[in-house]
Design a protein around this ligand. Structure first.
Ligand code: DGL
Length: 234
């Protein structure tokens, strides 16, 4: 048993959806959510810069006494989670574009993968793509979209037309993979654009399940006492 909180971080609000999935599944756990707003955007930075930011986030969370860390960012996971696992002796759970379920479930049509340029360029993502590529996967990196979401998170409808402009290039799709945690906030807008006829995939529930399994394996689940959620912005 371990009552220490779990750290969750992203470059901003993106990981809040991941945090919600974790809270839904692990409601007896405490969480510290760190939004690295001064590091935003990760998705257009070089690998070394992202690794540096990610390491700063981990150190900030370690100072909060966390027992495990959720890297609630596809970009940070693809670029930096291997180095984190090597450097720090604690469990890390990451998030990856949900290409696998989308490729397996979308039997006829195209699968549109929206993600950041940095994730799209990573060997980890490319090998995921290679494993599940059925010739119907469209990889569509987006520069600047995460920042637009971050800026308008209180009234996301403001960017509806911009999102429609992106999607107009990809009318013929059966599924959309939200390969950046920020894009999860666009779910309703994307659904509206396609008239509700498509499936939308994100990795958040998968992360929560993996986190639960990792805590169980390491005998790290919290006891029945009080729990809390703390938010930090750097
Ligand atoms: N939310 C992050 C992700 O899942 C990236 C956003 C950014 O570019 O900072 O990739």
């Amino acid at each position: 048993m371990n009552d220490a909180p779990i750290g969750v971080f992203d470059s901003g609000v993106g990981g809040i959806g991941t945090l919600k999935s974790c809270l839904d599944l692990l409601d007896g756990e405490s969480f510290v959510y760190l939004a690295d707003r001064s590091g935003l955007p990760y998705g257009t930075k070089r690998g070394e810069e992202i690794e540096k930011r990610v390491d700063e986030c981990v150190r900030a969370l370690l100072s909060e006494g966390v027992k495990a860390i959720v890297v609630a960012c596809n970009t940070a996971t693809n670029v930096g989670i291997a180095a984190l696992r090597e450097k720090y002796n604690m469990p890390f759970v990451g998030v990856e574009p949900a290409v696998k379920p989308a490729a397996l479930e979308c039997k006829r049509g195209n699968v549109l993968v929206l993600l950041t340029p940095a994730t799209a360029a990573q060997a980890k993502f490319l090998s995921l793509l290679e494993r599940f590529d059925n010739g119907r996967i469209i990889v569509a990196p987006q520069s600047g979209l995460a920042e637009r979401i971050e800026t308008h998170i209180d009234d996301i409808d403001v960017i509806r037309c911009e999102v429609y402009d992106i999607l107009r290039r990809y009318r013929d799709v059966e599924g959309v993979v939200l390969g950046c945690t920020h894009y999860v906030f666009l779910k309703d807008i994307i659904c509206d654009f396609y008239g509700g006829r498509i499936k939308i995939y994100d990795g958040n529930d998968g992360v929560a399940k993996r986190l639960k399994a990792v805590l169980e394996q390491n005998d790290m689940l919290a006891g029945a006492g009080k729990h809390f959620i703390k938010f930090k912005v750097i």
